[in-house]
Design a protein around this ligand. Structure first.
Ligand SMILES: [Zn+2]
Length: 157
C-alpha cells in the first residue's frame, strides 16, 4: 500500500511538505507515530520511542489523551518468521513495552477499548535509520522511505 503512493508522495516531498498523512505516516501531537485504534477514526494511538521503550498513548478524535482504564494492548513484533510478544505494561496513561532488538522490524498492535470490544489491529514498520529527506528516523518520516524507492521517479539519493 505504501508503495502505491510512492510516486505521488515523492513528488510532494520535494516541496515544503508538512501536511500529515501523505506518506501513510501520520504524526501525533507529541511527534510520535499515529495509529488507528478504531474503525471510525474516534480512537488513535501515538507511539513514541523513549529510552529504549515504546510508549503508546491513546488519543481521542481530537487527538487529546484518553485515560487508560479497561483498554488493553497486545504487541507482536520482530520479523514475520520469528515474531515476539514484548510484555506491555500500563504506566500512568500509557502502554509501555521494551523496544525489540535491531533497528528495523515490524510492530503489530492489537488494541481493545474494553473487555468486550473487538480488537483493532494497527501495524507499523519500525526503522531507526535517519531519513536523508526529513532528518527524522524512518519510522517517523514524513516522506517515503528512500531506500524502498526502487522506481526511477523517486528523487531520493
Ligand atoms: Zn523523510
Amino acid at each position: 500500500m505504501k508503495k502505491s503512493f510512492l510516486t505521488l508522495v515523492a513528488v510532494l516531498c520535494l516541496g515544503v511538505l508538512r501536511t500529515l498523512g501523505h506518506g501513510g505516516v501520520e504524526l501525533g501531537p507529541n511527534g510520535g507515530r499515529l495509529l488507528e485504534f478504531s474503525k471510525d477514526e474516534t480512537l488513535h494511538g501515538e507511539v513514541v520511542l523513549k529510552d529504549g521503550k515504546f510508549h503508546v498513548s491513546v488519543l481521542d478524535k481530537a487527538l487529546k489523551p484518553v485515560a487508560l482504564t479497561e483498554q488493553t494492548l497486545t504487541v507482536t513484533g520482530g520479523s514475520r518468521n520469528k515474531p515476539e510478544k514484548p510484555k506491555v505494561e500500563k504506566v500512568g496513561d500509557q502502554f509501555v513495552f521494551p523496544a525489540l532488538k535491531g533497528d528495523s522490524y515490524l510492530l503489530a498492535f492489537q488494541f481493545k477499548a474494553g473487555p468486550s470490544a473487538k480488537a483493532v489491529t494497527a501495524r507499523i514498520e519500525f526503522d531507526a535509520s535517519t531519513c536523508s529527506g526529513c532528518q527524522q528516523a524512518e519510522w517517523l518520516c514524513k516522506c517515503p522511505p528512500a531506500k524502498d524507492a526502487k522506481k526511477p521517479a523517486a528523487p531520493a539519493k
